[in-house]
Structures are given as structure tokens and as C-alpha cells.
Design a protein around this ligand. Structure first.
Ligand SMILES: [Zn+2]
Length: 330
């Protein structure tokens, strides 16, 4: 399996995209393409909004596209997922140009698409090449920090994994577990030692950290090492309101670490330092939503977490909510 850092190069993205030829399928996100002057009428282009993440639409593209040597994507997670899947189906080269670091999909071999109205995870391929351009990434500072939430989620997810091993004898892969804990510790240290300015100006490090989290799930085969109860919370919240994944996961990490009875100050400080929750109210977060979301949580099949253990107990949920609101996070 390719290690994503080994296939990563730095290029001037505007120049690269404007020189793509007619043997290339270029998939872009409209917000990203507006950041460069796109002047290329040779390349075959698709705006990802026109096909969306529905597999039935994407399969039509796969069937109709012929004589394509490579797929190039320019955008965030959705664009990458679509490109990775199409390239995997066409068995050709895939070049990934992330316009932001809000997800780790540039470093994984799986995609999340919509099949029959339901989100499904499918096999795809790793990018054959990832192109970074700092001047492009700089334009998405907030989104890049959101990506770190999917690294900090190891804090609660690893505890859930331990819980599963104690309660239902789920096997812990020690090597993978240690890798994810080491990554978490390194990232927490990085956040604590650097100023906010230093963090947002170090896209190379953010790219590496967020990518390694994806790489670890590649190695393990499922999201277990970094997706636990906080992601159950995030998914529930995202079904209630339209909110960036980085914000919903961050709220999930805080609530679930309280539910797990952990020392929470350090993780809360890290989340605050990244200012990930600064825009939460503009997406409709309030106490009522948090309460309803927390009370709605259902265990996820095949992923034993603290939700399985305690979230059928109203008294317990009330205590968790009380402690959460005491922290004045919402
Ligand atoms: Zn996530």
C-alpha cells in the first residue's frame, strides 16, 4: 500500500490544471475552481455538484467516459471520493489536488458515497499522486483546522475500543492502537506548543497529521481506531442540522469524554485553541439541540462504545448533560 507522503509533491496548481490535456477527466468543486483562473478548454471537466455523490450518477460517468488516462480532482472530500471511485473503476491513474484539509480522504483507499439514498463505504484506491499548493490551502484555514477534529477523535475512540475489549472481548490490535495514541499525543503537543498563527500557517504538518489518521484506518481496515462514540454523536447531530463535520465531531469528543469519565481539560483546551467551535452558533447549535441529540443516541452496530454501555440510562444522560453545560461550551 502506498504511503500518502511518498506520493505527495508540491506544484503550482493553477499552472498544472490549466495544462491538463484531453486524455484527462478533471473533477472539481465550484468553490475551489473560483480560487484559480481556470483557462483550459481541452480537458474533460465535471463539476461534482452536477453528479453528486450518488453512485447511480457516478456509474453513468464511468460507463460513458472512454479513452481517459487519468482522473484529476480539485476540491475537498466529496470531490476526492468521487474521483477516487471513478479512477478505481476505470483502473487508471488518479491525481488528487486537495483544496482544503477538512477530511483525510486523500490518504485512504475507501470512499463514502450514496447508494439507494444511503451513505455507504466502498473500496477505491489511494491517489497515485497528491499535489499540494500552499497558496491554495491557505485560502481554507478554518476547514483545514476542522480536519484535525478527526485526529483528536482518537481521544474518545481509543477509550471506546478499550471498553469494547473489556466488555465484549473485542480484539485490540496493539500496533494500530499504539500508532493512533502516538499520533494523538504528537498532535496535542503540537497544538499546545504552537501559537494559533503557527498552526494555521503549517499546512504541511496539518496535511501530514490528518493524513496519518486516514492511513491508520487503511492499515486497520475500519475506522475503529479513530471513530467511536464521538462519531455516533456527530452523525446524529449532522442528521438534525447542516453543520461542518469538524464542529460536530469536536462537540462529540467533549460530550463523550465527559460520558467516559475522563480528564477533559486538556482535550477541551486543544479544541478551543483551534477555534473549531467559534462558528457553532451560526450553524444552529444551542442547548436544546445538544440535549435532543444526546438523548437520541443509539449504539452503532458492530462498533461497541460508551453509548452501548450507558445511553439507555436517563439519569446517566442527565448527569452527562449537566456536566457538559457546566463547562459553558454551548
Ligand atoms: Zn470523521
Amino acid at each position: 500500500m502506498d504511503y500518502f507522503m511518498d506520493v505527495t509533491i508540491k506544484r503550482n496548481v493553477k499552472q498544472y490544471i490549466n495544462n491538463l490535456d484531453e486524455n484527462t477527466l478533471f473533477i472539481y468543486s465550484p468553490t475551489s475552481i473560483n480560487k484559480i483562473k481556470f483557462e483550459n478548454d481541452k480537458v474533460k471537466t465535471i463539476n461534482w455538484h452536477d453528479i453528486s455523490k450518488k453512485i447511480e450518477n457516478i456509474d453513468i460517468v464511468v460507463k460513458e467516459i472512454k479513452k481517459i488516462e487519468k482522473v484529476v480532482t480539485f476540491g475537498g472530500g466529496s470531490t476526492i471520493d468521487i474521483g477516487k471511485y471513478i479512477s478505481h473503476k476505470l483502473k487508471n491513474e488518479y491525481i488528487c489536488i486537495p483544496s482544503m484539509l477538512s477530511t483525510n480522504s486523500y490518504a485512504t483507499n475507501k470512499v463514502a458515497l450514496i447508494e439507494n439514498g444511503k451513505k455507504t463505504t466502498l473500496e477505491a484506491k489511494m491517489p497515485d499522486c497528491i499535489i499540494l499548493d500552499d497558496s491554495i490551502l491557505k485560502m481554507s484555514e478554518t476547514e483545514n483546522l476542522y480536519g484535525l477534529a478527526d485526529v483528536l477523535s482518537i481521544f474518545t475512540a481509543s477509550y471506546d475500543w478499550k471498553l469494547a475489549s473489556l466488555d465484549i472481548e473485542e480484539k485490540i490490535d496493539k500496533k494500530i492502537y499504539d500508532m493512533s495514541i502516538n499520533l494523538l499525543n504528537e498532535v496535542m503537543q503540537f497544538i499546545q506548543q504552537k501559537s494559533f498563527e503557527e498552526i494555521i500557517n503549517n499546512n504541511n504538518k496539518l496535511f501530514e497529521y490528518i493524513g496519518i489518521a486516514g492511513y491508520i484506518t487503511n492499515l486497520y481496515g475500519t475506522g475503529r481506531p479513530e471513530s467511536g462514540s464521538e462519531h455516533i454523536f456527530a452523525k446524529e447531530l449532522e442528521s438534525m442540522i447542516d453543520i461542518p463535520h469538524g464542529i460536530s465531531v469536536s462537540l462529540g469528543i467533549i460530550i463523550m469524554s465527559i460520558a467516559q469519565g475522563r480528564q477533559v481539560d486538556e482535550i477541551i483546551n486543544s479544541i478551543y485553541k483551534l477555534k473549531v467551535l467559534d462558528k457553532q452558533y451560526s450553524y444552529g447549535i444551542n442547548k436544546d439541540i445538544i440535549q435532543r441529540c444526546t438523548r437520541n443516541l443509539k449504539p452503532r452496530n458492530g462498533r461497541y462504545t460508551i453509548v452501548d454501555k450507558y445511553f439507555n440510562n436517563d439519569k446517566y444522560i442527565n448527569e452527562v448533560l449537566e456536566k457538559f453545560f457546566d463547562k459553558k461550551i454551548v
